[in-house]
Design a protein. Structure first.
Length: 400
């Protein structure tokens, strides 16, 4: 059953509907499950390990073996911050971001519904994922990208997997408005996070976190907020496992936005569910450069229901955190992902995160999604002749 998060209007699972026709709010899929968690024993970790909680026909599944991403205990950085830190590395998904989880479910639903064309607006990662999964499912794909605002690594993926890429002279929010109109007029099946089935895949991040902690909840999960679907999806997954009596507690949900695109932070400060969209969002973290997040109500509900928190970080803090995570723990992430680490540092300093907390930081995309930023932030290679003595001198720090 599909249900409106605001007015409780319901829709059938096979209706193609993106927002509530009664009140205009966003929708989510509701499921009930009373199975024992023993059913998961012996299955390989990944999205479809939990297929009983995924509301699509498994016989239609379109998968690239997504999920089952690394869950790294980060003792060095955790000790520096005074916490028990784990990092969930979503950049290890097939196209390099967490979007693959949701796209596997979304494209599976598209096949189930019998549509032939899927589409999205994107800041990059969604388009890369959509293109790959549409190819896998044998569907035509259309992506709308804001011109000049998409990192090259992501643009290359969308093009190479065979999507028809349309470059919009505007920002992401304008591209999404256009994509939504195409969907409403039945030209495409929309697979942005406004589609409730997309988030049914992304909730598996929450499933995996508690599974990997021995069926226990961490104290806190912290992650970036862009279009705001992921934080609510993870909270939904955790809540479903809690309601099934698999875990005894739920985590504090904590979201981090870039300072130049932070309407949810403002709403949180005002204790509101309403946002004032940012007309011209700007940040180095292209994946979260979104001024009017479509799932803001869901995100704020997850934050309020979990006694959570949301804050913003500067581009400088994001880039510093990106280097810190790479050079202390060997985990390379794109700038948007690093906002979770930048925010964690900030909240530890502010006393919002208590010393000794068990924290899971979700990092959402691979470092090579935005190689230009990584290259600019790094020292240039030292050019030398193929001379052994010169090499030896450099290693002995006699030549700079």
């Amino acid at each position: 059953m599909i249900k409106c998060v605001s007015c409780d209007q319901t829709y059938d699972d096979n209706e193609i509907v993106y927002i509530c026709e009664k009140c205009g709010s966003v929708l989510e899929v509701e499921i009930e499950n009373n199975i024992s968690k023993d059913i998961f024993d012996g299955r390989k970790l990944g999205l479809w390990k939990y297929k009983e909680f995924i509301p699509v026909d498994y016989s239609n599944v379109v998968s690239l073996d997504e999920g089952g991403t690394p869950f790294c205990r980060c003792d060095k950085l955790g000790k520096e911050l005074g916490i028990d830190l784990y990092v969930k590395v979503e950049g290890s998904n097939p196209t390099g971001s967490f979007k693959d989880r949701g796209m596997s479910v979304g494209v599976t639903k598209a096949v189930e519904l019998g549509v032939d064309t899927v589409g999205c607006a994107s800041t990059g990662n969604t388009s890369a994922s959509l293109a790959a999964y549409a190819a896998r499912g044998g569907l035509r794909s259309i992506v709308l990208l804001p011109a000049g605002k998409v990192a090259l690594g992501k643009l290359a993926q969308a093009m190479f997997y065979g999507s028809e890429v349309l470059s919009i002279n505007g920002n992401f929010d304008q591209a999404l408005e256009s994509a939504t109109r195409l969907a409403n007029e039945k030209y495409i099946y929309l697979l942005n996070s406004i589609n409730p089935f997309r988030l049914e895949g992304q909730k598996s991040i929450g499933f995996e976190i508690v599974d990997e902690l021995g069926w226990k909840s961490p104290d806190r999960i912290i992650l970036p907020i862009g279009n705001a679907g992921n934080i609510s999806a993870i909270w939904k997954g955790i809540t479903e496992f809690y309601n099934a009596d698999y875990i005894d507690e739920k985590p504090i949900m904590t979201g981090i936005q870039a300072e130049g695109a932070a309407p949810i932070v403002e709403a949180f400060k005002n204790k509101s569910y309403s946002i004032n969209p940012v007309e011209n969002p700007e940040t180095v973290a292209t994946a979260i450069r979104i001024g009017n997040p479509v799932s803001h109500i869901k995100a704020l509900r997850a934050i309020y229901d979990s006694d959570g928190y949301v804050d913003s970080v500067t581009d400088e803090e994001i880039l510093d955190a990106q280097k810190l995570l790479a050079r202390v723990e060997g985990i390379g992430v794109e700038p948007a992902s690093a906002s979770s680490i930048a925010g964690l540092k900030k909240l530890v300093d502010k006393g919002v995160v208590d010393k000794g907390e068990r924290v899971v930081a979700v990092v959402t995309g691979h470092i090579l999604k935005d190689p230009d930023v990584a290259i600019k932030a790094s020292a240039k290679p030292i050019e030398i002749e193929p001379d052994f003595n010169q090499l030896k001198a450099i290693l002995e720090k006699k030549v700079s």
